[in-house]
Design a protein around this ligand. Structure first.
Ligand SMILES: *Cc1c(COP(=O)(O)O)cnc(C)c1O
Length: 495
C-alpha cells in the first residue's frame, strides 16, 4: 500500500516516508491510494481480542512498512502501564442505546494520548526505514493539550528530542504545570511572550528556515513535527473505532455485521476522519455525527456544502474544539473527489477563506454517513448537569458537546442504532467548567478546583492530575518570540 498527496495523486511513497515527512512537499496530506479491507470474519473475532491485539490487527493494514513484531512491540509500549486501566479505552453505557468510549485513561487524560503515545515509536523507525540516521527533533507550538501529550510521548525515546512552545499566560494553570514539570532527558519547554498565533508562526518560521536546516544537518539533526495531519497520528486512532464496535458485540448489544452510529467531538477533523477510515475499511458504521461547539463551521459545511472560515472566533468551554480551519477535512474531500479539485478548493480557502463543494459532492458526503450538529456553552453545561443528575455519568465539556449533539441527532432520525459518543477528555481536566455546570463552588486556583470537583462528585481525579501539584517545575524560561530560533538551535547543539 503506497501513499499519495491529496494534491497529487501521481505520488507514490511508502508509509514510513509519509510519517517521517508529515506533510507532502506540495502542501497536501498523505493518504493511501487504496483502503485496506478488514473482513467481517476478522471483525467478529475481535470480540475476543484485548486492546493490544485489536491494535496490532488493525494497524498492520494501515502501516504496511512495519513488521508484525515491530507493531506488537510499539503497541505494548504505547498502551502500557501509563494507562490506568487494562481495557485502555473502556466503553461505558450512559443511557438507553448510548455509550461513551472513554479515550482519556492515558498519561495526559485526553484522547491525544492514543496518537501521541504511538507516534514516538513509529517516527524513529520510519527514519531508519528511510535510511535516515539523524536525530529527529520535534518542535511543537501548543495552546495546551497537544504540547503535554507530545512531551509525554517523546520523553526519553531514543533517537528523538522534543521542544514545546506555549503562549505565556495563554494556558490554564494545570496545562502549564503539566508541561513545565515534564521529566525526560530529551525534552525542553519554553513560554513565549505573545499569543498562540505568534508561537505557531515562530515554529513555522523555524521549519522553513533553510539555513537552520543546514546547520542542524551538520550536527546530524533533522526537524519534524507531531501535528495531527501526520499519518502516524491518524492510523492509531482508527483502532478504537474497531475496539468500541467489538465491545458492543462482546456485550451482546449487537451481532457482528449490525450497524452502529458514532458521534465525535470535532476540531481539526482528525478523530472523525479516523472513524471514516474505519468505515471505509469495513467496519459497519451507519452515521458519523460531527459534533461542534459555537465554532460551528463544520455544522454549516455539512448542511450547505459551503466551508466559510470568515466568522467570529469564539473561546468556549471546550477549547480543544475552538478551530476554524479543520486541516484533516482535506483528506475526506480527496476521497470523494480528486487531487485537482482539492487543490482548487484549498487555494480558495487560502485566498478567500471560503469554498463551495456543490450539491453533488454534498450529497455524496451525506451518503457516506456524515451529518453535523452543534451546541453552545449553555447547552454544554446543561447537558453535563442533566446527564450527571439523571444517570450519574460525568462528562467533560468536549464529551458533553458530543452527548448533546448525539441527542439532537437521535431526535432527527426514525431508526435507532446504538450510539457511541467518543469521549475525548477526563472531566477533571476541565474542572472549573464542570464545577460551574454543576453549580458547585468554583473559586481558588486550578488545583483547589480539582479538589472541589473531587468532593462534589465523590470521585478521585486521575493520578496524573492529582499528583501534579507535588511535582517540581523544570522549565521556567519565558522568551521573546524573536528568540525562539536561537533558543532551539542552542539547545539542539548542546550549548
Ligand atoms: C484535540 C481534541 C479534540 C478535537 O479532535 P480533532 O481530531 O482535532 O477533531 C476534541 N476533544 C479534545 C479533548 C481534544 O483534545
Amino acid at each position: 500500500m503506497l501513499f499519495c498527496s491529496t494534491r497529487n495523486k501521481e505520488m507514490n511513497v511508502p508509509s514510513a516516508h509519509a510519517i517521517l515527512n508529515g506533510l507532502a512537499d506540495d502542501g497536501g496530506l498523505y493518504i493511501p491510494h487504496t483502503m485496506p479491507e478488514i473482513s467481517i470474519e476478522e471483525i467478529g473475532k475481535m470480540a475476543d481480542y484485548d486492546y493490544h491485539k485489536t491494535a496490532e490487527t488493525v494497524l498492520k493494514d494501515f502501516l504496511p512498512d512495519y513488521t508484525a513484531e515491530e507493531l506488537a512491540e510499539y503497541v505494548k509500549n504505547a498502551y502500557g502501564i501509563q494507562f490506568d486501566t487494562d481495557e485502555v479505552a473502556p466503553l461505558i453505557k450512559v443511557k438507553d442505546n448510548m455509550y461513551s468510549l472513554e479515550l482519556w485513561h492515558g498519561p495526559t487524560c485526553a484522547f491525544k494520548d492514543f496518537a501521541l503515545q504511538m507516534l514516538p515509536q513509529l517516527l524513529p523507525a520510519a527514519a531508519r526505514k528511510c535510511g535516515e540516521d539523524k536525530t529527529v527533533a520535534i518542535l511543537v507550538a501548543t495552546s495546551g493539550d497537544t504540547g503535554k501529550a507530545a512531551l509525554e510521548g517523546f520523553a526519553d525515546v531514543n533517537g528523538t528530542k522534543i521542544c514545546v512552545f506555549y503562549p505565556h499566560g495563554g494556558t490554564s494553570d494545570i496545562q502549564r504545570y503539566q508541561m513545565v514539570t515534564q521529566t525526560g532527558n530529551n525534552v525542553n519547554v519554553f513560554a513565549v511572550k505573545g499569543n498562540f498565533d505568534d508561537t505557531q508562526n515562530g515554529v513555522k518560521a523555524i521549519f522553513t528556515d533553510a539555513e537552520m536546516a543546514d546547520e542542524l544537518a551538520e550536527n546530524r539533526i533533522m526537524l519534524s513535527s507531531a501535528n495531527s495531519i501526520n499519518w502516524g497520528r491518524l492510523a492509531p486512532q482508527i483502532v478504537y473505532y474497531y475496539w468500541a464496535y467489538s465491545r458492543l458485540v462482546k456485550n451482546n448489544v449487537i451481532k457482528t455485521g449490525d450497524k452502529v452510529d458514532f458521534c465525535v467531538p470535532t476540531g481539526n477533523f482528525g478523530n472523525i476522519l479516523a472513524g471514516y477510515m474505519a468505515k471505509k475499511s469495513g467496519l459497519p458504521i451507519n452515521k458519523l455525527v460531527c459534533a461542534s461547539n459555537e465554532n460551528n463551521v463544520l455544522t454549516e459545511f455539512l448542511e450547505t456544502g459551503v466551508y466559510d472560515r470568515n466568522r467570529t472566533f469564539h473561546l468556549t468551554t471546550s477549547p480543544s474544539m475552538d478551530i476554524l480551519i479543520s486541516s484533516n477535512l482535506e483528506r475526506l474531500l480527496f476521497m470523494l473527489t480528486d487531487d485537482e479539485t482539492v487543490k482548487n478548493w484549498m487555494k480558495q480557502l487560502k485566498e478567500n477563506g471560503k469554498y463551495n463543494i456543490g450539491e453533488d459532492i454534498l450529497n455524496k458526503l451525506h451518503e457516506e454517513g456524515f451529518i453535523g450538529f452543534c451546541c453552545d456553552d449553555n447547552d454544554t453545561a446543561e447537558t453535563i448537569k442533566r446527564i450527571y443528575n439523571e444517570t450519574g455519568y460525568l462528562c467533560d465539556t468536549h464529551t458533553a458537546v458530543g452527548v448533546n449533539v448525539a441527542e439532537q441527532y437521535k431526535i432527527s432520525q426514525s431508526e435507532d442504532f446504538p450510539m457511541v459518543v467518543v469521549s475525548t477528555a477526563s472531566p477533571f481536566k476541565f474542572a472549573p467548567a464542570i464545577l460551574s455546570a454543576l453549580d458547585e463552588e468554583n473559586s481558588g486556583d486550578d488545583f483547589e478546583k480539582l479538589a472541589n470537583l473531587e468532593n462534589a462528585v465523590n470521585k478521585k481525579a486521575p493520578a496524573p492530575l492529582a499528583e501534579l501539584k507535588n511535582k517540581t517545575p523544570r522549565f521556567e524560561k519565558v522568551i521573546e518570540k524573536d528568540d525562539m530560533r536561537s533558543e532551539v538551535l542552542n539547545w539542539l547543539k548542546g550549548r
